[in-house]
Design a binder for this molecule. Structure first.
Ligand code: A3P
Length: 314
């Protein structure tokens, strides 16, 4: 039961969503007890906060800017996606993994995402809040966390839920915001997720980032993460990484844009790209003044008593 919302973890089984996911107690327990190794690096975020962007940055920094090695899909080759194993069964995982190679050398690796048996160093992505991840996570592993202003998160999630075939959200944005503000969208509640992490931000094993800071000054954030992971790069190397991670390049990078999901039919090809718009303030194109007022009040209520604030536009 996270923040009093037992349905919030992965539920999307209500009108407007075709896909319903149930996670068994055992699966939640397995995620909670995921083995830890000090060599592992985790990226923990609420969904749609720039996880993929953070993952690519972290992976490249931790792997001494191995751009050749980065030419392979995230999931499952480079990263374990912890919480997806709780949502998809083995057959569904098989579909998500890149197809088996003809020579049989790779068998489609359905078992790798979130697989605790994967050898260290592991790169683990988790959308679970700290309270649902292994409680010793920060004692053992370095964690990079990315937060984002909730309005852009909401817009981004709306598109995500339309893009991914097994979510297949059919309602309009107004309906989506309604679900969002009831904490009924998948892996909600997000603001509590961010407050939890914010309260841990001074932990030496946590590097807390904001999407909006990355947009404003990516090089400073790259240097911050490099220092956090014990790496020292020249200005030229930082420039090159910032170029690699720049939205215009990122959106055309097949290894991060989940291109391999398209031929497998897991994405609607006519509903845009996974790496979509990459803007701060896109919410203005979606929220009416009434929705905006209601949403602001809702967020302010949740943030009461914390000093966490969000940047809404740059
Ligand atoms: P939008 O839908 O607002 O464009 P996640 O990886 O957590 O699912 O987050 C996806 C969001 O991050 C999308 O937001 C996506 O476009 C944005 N994003 C991904 N790469 C980015 C980059 N290099 N620069 C800016 N935004 C990026």
């Amino acid at each position: 039961d996270f923040a009093g919302n037992p349905n919030g973890l992965v539920s999307c089984n209500h009108w407007g969503f075709k896909f319903s996911a149930t996670v068994t107690e055992q699966e939640v327990e397995d995620m909670y007890n995921h083995p830890l190794d000090p060599r592992d690096v985790w990226v923990v975020t609420p969904p749609k906060c720039g996880t993929t962007w953070t993952q690519e940055m972290v992976w490249l920094i931790a792997n001494d800017l191995d751009y050749e090695g980065a030419k392979t899909p995230f999931n499952p080759d480079r990263w374990s996606f912890l919480d997806i194993t709780g949502v998809l069964d083995k057959d569904q995982m098989k579909k998500i993994a890149p197809p088996a190679s003809e020579d049989g050398a790779t068998e489609g690796a359905p078992n790798i995402a979130g697989d605790p048996n994967r050898p260290s160093p592991r790169f683990v992505k988790s959308h679970l809040p700290f309270s649902l991840n292994n409680p010793r996570l920060l004692d053992v592993c370095k964690v990079v966390y990315m937060a984002r202003n909730p309005k852009d998160l909401c817009v981004s999630f709306y598109h995500h839920m339309r893009l991914i075939r097994f979510h297949d959200f059919l309602g309009d944005f107004e309906l989506f915001v309604d679900y969002f503000m009831k904490d009924l969208t998948m892996e909600s509640p997000y603001i509590e997720h961010m407050i939890e992490a914010w309260n841990l931000r001074h932990h030496p094993n946590l590097c807390f980032l904001f999407y909006e800071d990355m947009k404003k000054d990516m090089k400073t954030e790259i240097r911050k993460v490099a220092k956090f992971l014990g790496k020292d790069f020249t200005d030229e190397q930082v420039d090159m990484l910032a170029e690699h991670l720049h939205f215009d390049n990122f959106k055309n990078n097949p290894w991060v844009n989940a291109e391999h999901l398209k031929p497998l039919g897991l994405m609607y090809t006519d509903r845009g790209n996974f790496i979509r718009k990459g803007k701060t303030g896109d919410w203005k194109n979606y929220f009416t003044p009434e929705m905006n007022e209601k949403f602001d009040k809702w967020v302010a209520e949740k943030l009461k008593g914390t000093d966490l604030t969000f940047v809404q536009e740059l």
